[in-house]
Design a protein around this ligand. Structure first.
Ligand code: ATP
Length: 277
C-alpha cells in the first residue's frame, strides 16, 4: 500500500502483450531483471548475480522505452524514467543532486527500475573535452551505480541510439554490463507489431484482423518497400489510416444524414460515387 502513496513510483501499465515481435530481447530481459525481482531466492541459491544495469541500444522508435516499462510492470516494480537531456539542463550542481535523488527514491521503494533514456546525453565519452558539469554528472552516476547493493532490488536500464558515444567507464562490470540490441523489425515482425498496435490501441478495422482491410495493411507491412520502418512508424501508419478511414466513414454518414455538410471526405466519396456511375 505504501507504493500507492504520493511520490512513490508505481509499476507502469505497459505489459509484454503491448509489444509486438522482439521475442529474443524480451526473453533476455525476463531472465536478467524480471526473474531476479520475482524470485531473488533462486538466484541467491544458485549464486548467480543479476546484471546491475542493462543498456538497450539501437535505432530510434523500436520499443526501448516500451520494453523498460514492461520489465518494471512484469516485475511488479516501481518505475522511474529520466530523460538524459532534461537532467542536463539544470543549474550548476543541480544535475548531480537530481541523479542522487533518483537513486534515493528508488532505494526507498524497491523493487524499482530506473530508466535513463538518451543516456548518451548524460554520460558522453570523457575524451571529448567535457565540461566540468558533465564530468560531475558522470562521476555521480558511476558512484551511485557502484554503491548499489546486490541485496536491494534496484535495476537500471539505459537506452541510446549511439552506444559509441557513451563513456566506456559506464560499461565496466557491475555497471551497465549487459548490452541488448533492439533492431528494426523484419517483414514478419512488422506485421506482428501492426497486429499488436491494432489490439493495443483498439483501432477499428472493418472485418477485424481476418477481414480484407487488414489483409491489405498486412501486405503493405510485409512488402520490401516497408523495409526500414520502425515500430513507431508502424504505429503512426496504423493510427493515421484508422483516423482517415474514420473521417471517410463520418463523411459518408454526414452526406447521408445532412446534405449541408461538405468535409473533404464527403467530397471524396461523392467523387468516387460519380466515378462508379
Ligand atoms: P527512442 O530511441 O526514439 O526513444 P524507443 O526505441 O524508446 O525510441 P519507443 O518510445 O519504445 O521507442 O517506441 C515508440 C512508439 O513506437 C511506442 O510508443 C509504440 O507505440 C511504438 N512501438 C515501437 N516498437 C514497438 C513494438 N515492438 N511493438 C509495438 N509498438 C511499438
Amino acid at each position: 500500500p505504501s507504493s500507492k502513496r504520493e511520490g512513490f513510483p508505481s509499476p507502469p501499465s505497459t505489459s509484454w502483450s503491448d509489444i509486438g515481435a522482439l521475442h529474443g530481447v524480451r526473453q533476455e530481459l525476463h531472465m536478467a531483471i524480471v526473474q531476479p525481482i520475482r524470485r531473488p531466492e533462486v538466484f541467491k541459491r544458485l549464486g548467480i548475480s543479476a546484471p546491475r544495469g542493462v543498456l538497450l541500444w539501437g535505432p530510434p522508435g523500436n520499443g526501448k522505452t516500451l520494453l523498460a516499462r514492461a520489465v518494471a510492470s512484469e516485475g511488479r516494480a516501481g518505475f522511474i524514467a529520466v530523460k538524459g537531456p532534461e537532467l542536463l539542463n539544470k543549474y550548476v550542481g543541480e544535475s548531480e543532486r537530481s541523479v542522487r535523488a533518483v537513486f534515493a527514491r528508488a532505494r526507498a521503494s524497491s523493487p524499482c527500475v530506473i530508466f535513463f533514456d538518451e543516456i548518451d546525453a548524460l554520460v558522453p565519452r570523457r575524451s571529448d573535452k567535457l565540461s566540468e558539469a558533465s564530468t560531475n554528472i558522470v562521476n555521480t552516476l558511476l558512484a551511485e551505480l557502484d554503491g548499489l547493493s546486490q541485496r536491494k532490488a534496484i535495476y537500471v536500464i539505459g537506452a541510446t541510439n549511439r552506444p559509441d558515444m557513451i563513456d566506456p567507464a559506464l560499461l565496466r562490470p557491475g555497471r551497465f554490463d549487459k548490452l541488448v540490441y533492439v533492431d528494426l523489425p523484419k517483414s514478419d515482425e512488422r506485421v506482428e507489431i501492426g497486429r499488436t498496435v491494432v489490439q493495443r490501441e483498439k483501432v477499428p478495422v472493418r472485418g477485424g484482423l481476418d477481414g480484407e482491410d487488414w489483409k491489405a495493411v498486412e501486405m503493405l507491412l510485409a512488402a520490401d518497400q516497408s523495409d526500414g520502418m520502425s515500430g513507431a512508424d508502424i504505429t503512426a501508419l496504423i493510427t493515421e489510416a484508422a483516423s482517415t478511414a474514420l473521417r471517410y466513414a463520418l463523411g459518408e454518414a454526414m452526406q447521408n444524414g445532412d446534405q449541408e455538410l461538405h468535409g473533404p471526405s464527403t467530397e471524396q466519396s461523392l467523387r468516387e460515387q460519380a466515378e462508379a456511375e
